[in-house]
Ligand binder design. Structure first.
Ligand SMILES: [Zn+2]
Length: 500
């Protein structure tokens, strides 16, 4: 038993919380709890703002990033070469035999020119180097990597996908060839993946997150995650793909299997979301799942478990609701992931069926081009957070690595709605509502500040209700506790916790 004093609880009266792990014993004022505090260890976190542990209801483990350089923020070819060069040192230390980078976009380079084989040879002339463009359909390689591609017999198999100029390879490879090359890269060694996953969980804890729903889980993720959870024991719900459901279920111990992840359509960025009217370009997505796919997934799960169905376009959302409704599925067993484009009639369908809806407010910043793809009249109906919040139960998430992990960036986006020009300002959430959607998930339910509840809590560095919403992203956790035990402590501000 121990007490944390000097805090301001978000949703209870008092300045002190008494914790008897794994539960909250008391919340109140130190002055009135004195008879219960005798002999109890006290930790002072002066000015800390106590909240229920935060949740990210849709995140990915992103193993590919464990041994890849992150090129998403690279602004020109020179910077790309510099980042990849530093990465050569890292992979040499890790003992990984390839230099892989991901996420560059030459559209934002001043020259708008693609990097070349000569640029990649500047990164290394002895390691194979490959830098994949943000779209995932194109990459640039160095001479060593190109030789490796020849050794694998892939030049003969896909000559058209090795782009040449004046008969000489430019270093650019595309489509199936690229995917086959990626498929041949060895998986990162276990110790690297475990460290990667420990950092992933610890970073979440540093934002006050205690609960994650990890989606698109495969068999290979499970032993790594289970090991990392012995170091950073967050509360984890898993949504594997149908093909991995049985094996993930048999291997998961600390993590709980909550359901199955499915895809009903693609994305706005790639113009593969399924819309009632095509994108302005004329392209459109299509329905990727059928009634029998859903029936098969339900057979796998039996009477328990949720379907987490990715649906972004208005047509995809409509058909998903129609399908699950016609199967007589209880709405608590259905999560719609993203629900990005919801014109009024689709909102009505959501309100009458009431599935869980898992949103990513930070998409509003990343999808700044949405007006151009959809037209302003339609883009107005994107990310209708307030309407969704009043129609059904909504949950906040990041879709990391698509968006940053930090839920406070999600709160900021939900409140201010920056980014896309034509977004409806009336769909903004209040700070309270934004925190509500990040304090629950569809599998584990909600975290609460009340006596007897599990002590899954975070002490934040500031009170978001008393600051400009612009400052919310600067909030950090001073201490994050799961079941009353610290999983993260900012030792610069707080002392006295037995260290995590
Ligand atoms: Zn996702």
């Amino acid at each position: 038993m121990f007490a944390i004093t000097g805090i301001e609880p978000c949703c209870a009266e008092g300045d002190t919380i008494l914790i008897d792990p794994p539960r909250i014993a008391r919340i109140g004022y130190e002055s009135s709890l004195w008879h219960e505090l005798g002999g109890v260890k006290r930790i002072s976190v002066d000015g800390g703002y106590l909240v229920p542990g935060l949740h990210d209801s849709h995140t990915h483990l992103a193993f590919s990033l464990a041994v890849s350089a992150d090129l998403r923020y690279v602004r020109d070819v020179g910077e790309l070469i510099a980042v990849m060069k530093r990465h050569v040192e890292k992979v040499r230390r890790l003992g990984y035999p390839y230099v892989v980078g991901r996420g560059w976009d030459h559209e934002i380079f001043p020259s708008r020119a693609m990097p070349t084989i000569d640029d990649m040879d500047r990164v290394s002339t002895d390691h194979p180097v490959i830098a994949v463009r943000v779209c995932g359909h194109l990459a640039v390689v160095n001479t060593v990597m190109l030789e490796r591609i020849r050794e694998w017999g892939l030049e003969r198999k896909y000559p058209q996908y090795i782009i040449k100029e004046d008969g000489r390879p430019t270093g650019v490879i595309v489509e199936e060839l690229l995917w086959e090359v990626i498929g041949r890269l060895p998986p990162p060694p276990m110790n690297i993946l475990i460290n990667h996953t420990i950092r992933y969980l610890r970073e979440y804890a540093s934002y006050g997150v205690t609960h994650l729903n990890i989606v698109s889980v495969e068999e290979r993720h499970v032993p790594v995650l289970e090991e990392a959870l012995t170091k950073v024991p967050l509360v984890i719900g898993l949504y594997p793909h149908a093909r991995a459901y049985a094996v993930v279920k048999s291997k998961a111990r600390k993590a709980v299997v909550c359901g199955i992840k499915m895809y009903a359509d693609g994305s706005l960025g790639a113009e593969t979301a399924y819309l009632r009217e095509p994108f302005l370009s004329g392209r459109n997505g299509e329905m990727l799942i059928s009634r029998s796919d859903i029936v098969d997934a339900l057979d796998l799960m039996g009477d328990e478990g949720q379907l987490a169905i990715h649906a972004i376009g208005d047509a995809a959302i409509h058909y998903v609701i129609e399908l699950v409704n016609s199967l007589g599925l209880r709405p608590q067993r259905v999560r719609i992931e993203h629900a990005s484009l919801t014109p009024p009639d689709v909102l009505e369908e959501i309100a009458s069926y009431r599935p869980h809806v898992v949103v990513q407010p930070h998409f509003m910043i990343s999808d700044w081009w949405a007006d151009k793809k959809l037209g302003k009249d339609r883009a107005r109906h994107l990310y209708a957070l307030k309407s969704l919040h009043s129609a059904t139960k909504v949950y906040g998430s990041s879709d990391y690595p698509v968006e940053p992990k930090n839920p406070l960036l999600g709160v900021y986006s939900a409140v201010l709605r920056p980014g896309i020009g034509s977004l409806s300002p009336t769909e903004a959430l209040s700070v309270d509502d934004a925190f509500t959607i990040y304090s629950r998930d569809p599998c584990m339910g909600e975290t609460m500040l009340k006596e007897g509840a599990r002590a899954d809590i975070a002490i934040l560095s500031g009170n978001p209700r008393k600051m400009s919403p612009h400052d919310i992203p600067s909030i950090r956790s001073l201490a994050t506790l799961v079941g009353g035990l610290p999983v993260y402590v900012d030792k610069g501000f707080v002392s006295g916790f037995d260290t995590p």
